[in-house]
Design a protein around this ligand. Structure first.
Ligand code: SAM
Length: 370
């Protein structure tokens, strides 16, 4: 990949989702221009990353569901000497044009990858110092920053980040990411700490969805004390907990029990009903839904809620245990788009396989003004 005219992209994903990630990215590229004379994507099952080659097509990170991170690949080093990894990496970076705003050393999100983390932690300050001396690295910006809104941002301020990805201990992939077209977290992972009071680890999914899909001002505007929500498939209450902790009143629908502080919470009304048959008495601000059901059935439910005007915003999970995940996802999301368009509803929808998602993706849907 060193001296070809093609561009190579490195995408991180959840291990086991490499095919979905590559297939989706190639499809996005093909929608711009046919891909001509390019080698097949390099996919290693369960590796947590893929490399794809394109002609000059670009990729849009926000529209990719399975990619955790989007990196333009510049160089690969295949036989890194164990005693001196610094020299070849410095030489490769020196040959790149421009200056970088941050240095991110990354490893695959696998057990093998984790064994390299101790090395990257030790290596980071050494490499950083040398790159700053070389004038290749401009500042010591924080390693994890909030995503900036893409639309209308002043594109002049942020320099590209430099990524050195170690697929294993003897190779390195060197690339860069555009802070306006990538994830703003190392390894593309927005980590969340488990709140002691929350009754299930699922709470982390909703916490992460809020961080990933909404910038700070949107979070403040859309998640306010006094708002109302319905949580379909709420038990034991991890998602409800995220809402009540923001002062939102929740109708929690589930035949199963709400646990811990949510068993008797002043902001929670627990209804033992079928989530697919439940209708709210009045419009609520939020619908959240984590029921384990076919994506097509959940998508239909969401469309019906928006078409009936029962909610303004939704975060829901689509479970993807099937082999043809992209097909199931296209059909579910395509169905929602079609129905909302027919109903004349203006909306914004984003879907991502979050770090805390397993065989599933999370979707944010919000009504927008005409
Ligand atoms: C993955 S769990 C939800 C976990 C929850 N989000 C949390 O954070 O604790 C799925 C829940 O959906 C509920 N469920 C499945 N089908 C349902 C239905 N038709 N109506 C209501 N609840 C349903 C199950 O009882 C189960 O509690």
């Amino acid at each position: 990949m060193n001296k070809t005219k093609n561009t190579h992209w490195l995408l991180y994903c959840r291990p086991g989702f490499e095919q979905d990630c590559a297939q989706e990215a190639l499809r996005q590229a093909k929608q711009q221009k046919p891909i001509i004379g390019i080698e097949q994507p390099a996919i290693v099952a369960d590796s947590g990353y893929v490399i794809i080659a394109l002609n000059e097509q670009s990729l849009c990170y926000r529209e990719l569901i399975f990619a955790r991170q989007l990196i333009r690949l510049h160089h690969s080093i295949e036989a890194l000497p164990e005693r001196d990894r610094l020299t070849p990496i410095l030489a490769a970076v020196a040959a790149l044009p421009g200056t970088f705003g941050a240095l991110w050393l990354e490893v695959p999100d696998t057990n093998d990858g984790k064994t390299l983390s101790a090395f990257t932690r030790r290596f980071q300050p050494l490499l950083e110092e040398k790159l700053q001396e070389q004038g290749k690295l401009q500042d010591n910006s924080p390693k994890t920053v909030r995503p900036e809104p893409v639309e209308g941002s002043a594109r002049t301020e942020k320099l590209p980040r430099l990524h050195i990805f170690f697929p294993d201990k003897s190779s390195a992939l060197i690339g860069s990411s555009d802070p306006y077209n990538s994830a703003a977290a190392i390894m593309g992972i927005v980590r969340q700490s488990m709140p002691a009071e929350a009754p299930s680890r699922s709470t982390l999914k909703l916490a992460e969805a809020i961080e990933v899909f909404m910038d700070r001002s949107e979070q403040t505007r859309l998640l306010r004390q006094g708002m109302t929500a319905v949580d379909l498939g709420a038990a034991p209450g991890g998602w409800t907990w995220q809402l009540v902790r923001r002062g939102i009143r929740v109708t929690a629908v589930d035949n199963g029990p709400m646990k811990g502080v949510l068993a008797k919470h002043p902001l929670v009304e627990h209804l033992k009903q079928d989530g697919f048959k439940f209708a709210p008495r009045k419009t609520v601000d939020w619908l959240v839904c984590d029921m384990v059901e076919k994506p097509s059935k959940v998508a239909k439910l969401i469309e019906d809620w928006f078409a009936a005007g029962w909610c303004r915003h939704a975060i829901f999970n689509l479970k993807l245990p099937m082999k043809q995940r992209l097909v199931a996802l296209d059909s579910a999301l395509g169905g929602i788009r079609k129905r909302l368009d027919e109903e004349g509803i203006n909306y914004r929808m984003m879907a991502k396989q979050l770090y805390h998602d397993r065989e599933e993706v999370t979707v944010f849907l919000t009504k927008t003004k005409g």
